[in-house]
Ligand binder design. Sequence first.
Ligand code: PLP
Length: 464
Amino acid sequence: MTAADDYRDPLRRAQAHALEWLSSVDTRHVGPTASIDELMASFSMPLPTGPTDPGEVVDELARLAEPGLMAMPSGRFFGWVIGGTLPAALGADWLVSAWDQNAAMRLATPATAAAEEVAGRWLLELLRLPATSAVGFATGGTTANFVGLAAGRQFVLQQAGWDLDAHGLSGAPRITVLVGEERHTSVDLALRYLGLGRGQNVAADEQGRIVPSALAEALAGIDGPVIVALQAGNLHSGAFDPMRECIELAHASGAWVHVDGAFGLWAAVSESWDELLDGLGEADSWATDAHKTLNVPYDCGVAIVSRPQLLQETFGARPAYLIQEDAAPSDPFERVPEFSRRARGVPVWAAVRQLGRSGVIALVEGLAANARALAGGISRLPGAEILNEVVFTQVSVSFGSDERTRAVTAQLMADGAVWMSGSRWRERDILRISVSNWSTDATHVANAVTAVADALAAVDAAGG
Ligand SMILES: *Cc1c(COP(=O)(O)O)cnc(C)c1O
C-alpha cells in the first residue's frame, strides 16, 4: 500500500455520489427538502473521538447532505444568477483539487500558472477587451469588483500625488465614487472593504441604466479624485449602462472607470450586443464571474485591469522566501487579494477549451434566447406583466398586485418543479427569472412556463 492507494476508495465513492447527484437534478424537487434546522440536527454529532475510514466519511457526507441540497446545477434553475457546471470544467476542478497546487507563483507551479495565463488571454479575446490587460482569478464577482476598484483607488491617488502604500488613506485626498442607483450590493461591499465609504448615487432610468446627463452633472460638482462604477447587466432587467457616453464623460474628468459585469460582461462575446456595449473596452477595469455565465463550478471570479503594472503595484509582494523573477509578468497572487490560492482559473481554461469560440457565443446567445422565450410564454398568462425590456438573461415579472406576485413566487418554490425567486424592483414585488445554466433547453423553458401557469392557477383558486 502507498499513500495513493488511500485515495482510491474515497474518490471512487465520491465519483459515484457525484454522478448520482447530477442525474437527480432534473427530476428532484428543485429546492432543498429539509430545513437548515433539520440539517443542523443531522450533521450535529459530538466531535469524533477518533478516526473513521475515509470512504465511509464520504458516504456519510453524501447521505447527510442529500436532503439539504438545492438543484442549482439544473436546467430548471432560474433563481438569482447562478450558472451550472460544464462537464470539462467539473473534471478540471476535480484535477485542481487532486493536484493540490498552491497556485501563487509562476516558477513554483508553472502548469497551473500557464493554464490560467492562457485562460486569461482567451477571455480577453472572447470579451474583446484590450489584449494587454492583466487578468486575475478571484473568488467571485465581489472580489473581482474589489480588485478593479482597488486598482482605481491606487490610480486616482497616484494622480493626486498621494502615496497610498506609505500613508494609507488617513489624510489622503477624498475619493468620490460615483455609482448607479441600481448597482449591485457587492460594489458597496467592495467600497467598504477599501475604506472608500458609500458611493454617491447617480440616477438610473426605468431599466436601471445610469442616466448620462446625471453622471455629467455629478462629475461637474466634484473637485478631486473620482472613480466611476458602471454596470454591464442589471440584476433585474439585464440592462447595460450606456458605456461609451459614460466612459467618455468620466475620463474627461480624470476618473477611473470600473465596470461590474458579473454576468452581463459575457454579452461582449457576441455581436448581438455590440450596440448596447459600444465603448466597453475603453473602461479601465472590469469584473466578471466565471461561475455564473461561463458555467464553471463555484467559485471563480475574473478581475481584468487595463494597466498590469498598476495592478501589480496594488496587490504585488516580493518577500525573500518566494521564488520570483525580477522583470517577469506578475505572479498569479499579485493580481488578487489571495496569497496562497486555488488554481480556480484552470476550470475556465477547460470550459473555453470544451466550447471553443463558437460554443461560448452559442452558450451566451442561448441563455438570452431562453430568457426571451420564457418572457414570451409568461406574458400570455392571465394578469402577467413583463416589467423589463428583455435584453439579456433577466426577466422581471409582476402578476398584478404585490400580494398576488408574492403568492405565485411562494407557490412556485413550494411546487419545486422550477426555481425562480422573488425580489423588489422599482417599487414593486416581482418574480425574478434568470437564465444562466448551459443545459437549459426548450423543454425546460416550456415546462417552466407551465409551472408558472400552474402556480398562478393554484393561487387564484385559493384566493378566489
Ligand atoms: C452576482 C453579482 C455580483 C457578485 O458576484 P459574486 O460572485 O456573488 O461575488 C456582482 N454584480 C452583479 C451584477 C452580480 O450579478
